[in-house]
Unconditional design. Structure first.
Lengths: 253, 54
């Protein structure tokens, strides 16, 4: 007897079937986009206009509203990829493989954004575009991990073996996530410590915290939309000869 | 606050606006690229299917 109740099992089985997933993605994307735009508008208005300037850093600190959420996403997406890698390796579930590979370019994008906005913030505040500091160095390694996943997947012709190789690579690389998170505590560093995710009270004023959290949620919705777009493309590529794609083509032709 | 003051960002305009500009460019590319690629793939597949039927 299974520990998972039958209706739940049926739900996941249905979700994991490519045609059902494809149709569901098409249906959800407009709603997700509407929510994303509302969150972005509120977050940007709050962050760029309503929030007061920083008493030490003046207006330059406003980069925080994209820098910190992007950095969070760079770690969050990698953890999700590792989870999908585990599912793909254990159950050989096709959809987990697709979601894993569909996440990589978005994670790479957020990692690049975190590095670039950090650099644009560091120049006026630290006086340097880049320093070989622990936090920055490991974040750069994370970017190479994402690019490594993408190029390894592209290099192997058979997509099922490619997914297996990529899953192992993604799982091994997850050790970098806690290293990045704790780097500001483990090493003495130029990068400032955490201001939001402290166990006691966050050391950031509510008028600055609200737009920051709005942007963080907005980026989560952005990830959902982007990963669904990538997954749709990847599913079509992989299942081009299957019956459901043929039916889809007949409908759109 | 006037628009002038807003855009000046206390003298940090270059840093702040470059950060925001590049961020949204990267985010946009990651959405638009898969959509364009999928449309192209769909066109190819439809063409192939039509050839197959003849």
């Amino acid at each position: 007897m299974s520990v998972i109740p039958a209706p739940v099992g049926r739900f996941f089985h249905k979700m994991a079937s490519p045609p059902h997933f494809y149709a569901l993605a098409e249906r959800f994307i407009p709603w997700l986009t509407a929510i994303l735009l509302l969150l972005l508008a509120a977050g940007l208005y709050g962050g760029l206009y309503l929030a007061p300037s920083d008493y030490q850093q003046g207006e330059s600190y406003r980069i925080i509203y994209i820098h910190v959420p992007a950095a969070w996403m760079s770690l969050f997406i990698y953890v999700l990829m590792a989870v999908m890698a585990a599912i793909a390796l254990v159950w050989r579930m096709k959809l987990a493989e697709v979601m894993l590979i569909a996440s990589a370019p978005i994670g790479a994008g957020f990692t690049f954004i975190a590095l670039l906005t950090g650099s644009l913030w560091g120049k006026p505040m630290w006086g340097a575009w880049w320093v070989w500091d622990a936090r920055l160095t490991f974040e750069l390694i994370l970017l190479f991990q994402y690019l490594g996943v993408m190029s390894l997947y592209g290099a192997i012709e058979d997509k099922r073996s490619a997914a297996k190789a990529v899953s192992i690579l993604a799982l091994v690389g997850v050790v970098n996530v806690p290293i990045i998170h704790y780097s500001v505590e483990w090493w003495s560093t130029l990068h400032q410590g955490p201001t939001v995710t402290k166990m006691d009270k966050p050391s950031i004023h509510i008028s600055m915290l609200v737009p920051l959290l709005l942007m963080a949620v907005a980026f989560k919705f952005y990830y959902l939309i982007a990963v669904l777009q990538n997954a749709k493309l990847e599913l079509l590529k992989r299942e081009a000869t299957s019956q459901w794609v043929k039916t889809l083509l007949e409908k759109s032709a | 606050m006037t628009w002038q003051v807003f855009f000046d960002m206390g003298g940090y305009a270059f840093y702040v606006w470059t950060a925001y500009g590049v961020t949204f460019l990267v985010l946009l590319i990651n959405i638009v690229l898969p959509i364009l690629q999928r449309k192209q793939l769909l066109r190819q597949l439809i063409l192939r299917q039509k050839r197959g039927q003849r």
